[in-house]
Design a protein around this ligand. Structure first.
Ligand code: SAM
Length: 216
């Protein structure tokens, strides 16, 4: 797959759209301007790659809308070297944005075929997060604590395990709601047993599956 001047032009336009919607973090905008999103699309759908829309990636899942990726990433307030746990690898696009911002990324995917595809494809593109297959709704205690946790699927509630696995000062970004819409939450762990929760606008995600999600 090639990255042509035309694709680069379409990416610049996408960055303008995402900026106009309110994203201010220049590092996030630069990542969106750099990553060839059309690499994640079948040839027949290439024209859709630089629309600010979610798009099907198989297994009933989606590559998130660029604005949503940018919004969640901005809320994480990433610092280079932050250890980030991502729940819902999906296409891997969000993982790449995190890597571009200098994070050390641990990412888990529930669907085996997506895990297989993405854990092959991202290294082909030169990106190497730590890939895991399984249910991330209860976190991944083996590598905890994390500086940041990002959930890219809609949860019914905030899983306690994710708060437990954050460092003090760490941030969890998670959409919580019902099957139709979810409100974006930013939860900062201010002390061992204390959190501060900020609420943002509604989004629409595929459901978080698993034990502390919507079930199997
Ligand atoms: N970050 C992804 C991207 O950039 O393409 C977004 C993918 S999609 C909106 C959400 C993903 O979360 C899906 O691939 C889905 O299979 C996955 N997922 C849902 N529940 C999960 C769970 N309990 N553990 C891990 N992944 C889960």
């Amino acid at each position: 797959m090639q990255d042509s001047y035309r694709h680069k032009g379409m990416r610049r336009q996408l960055v303008r759209v995402v900026r106009e919607k309110g994203i201010r973090d220049e590092r996030v905008l630069a990542a969106i301007g750099k990553i060839p999103r059309h690499f994640f699309f079948e040839n027949a759908f290439l024209e859709h790659a630089y629309e600010d829309k979610a798009f099907p990636i198989g297994s009933g899942q989606t590559i998130s809308q660029p604005y949503t990726v940018a919004f969640q990433t901005e809320l994480l307030e990433l610092k280079p070297g932050d250890k980030v746990f991502e729940i819902g690898t999906g296409s891997g696009y969000q993982s790449i944005v995190l890597l571009e911002l200098g994070a050390e990324v641990y990412t888990i995917e529930y669907q085996k075929d997506l895990y297989d595809k993405t854990s092959w494809f991202l290294p082909e593109m030169g990106y190497k997060p730590n890939f895991f297959y399984g249910d991330g709704s209860q976190g991944m205690p083996r590598f905890a604590p994390y500086d940041k946790i990002i959930v890219t699927a809609g949860a019914p509630t905030v899983p306690d395990a994710l708060i437990d696995q954050l460092k003090v000062g760490g941030i969890l970004v998670i959409p919580v709601g019902d099957a139709k819409t979810q409100q974006m939450l930013r939860i900062t762990k201010t002390a061992k047993n204390r959190v501060r929760t900020e609420t943002f606008t509604d989004f629409k995600f595929v459901p978080l599956m698993g034990e502390d999600g919507w079930g199997k």
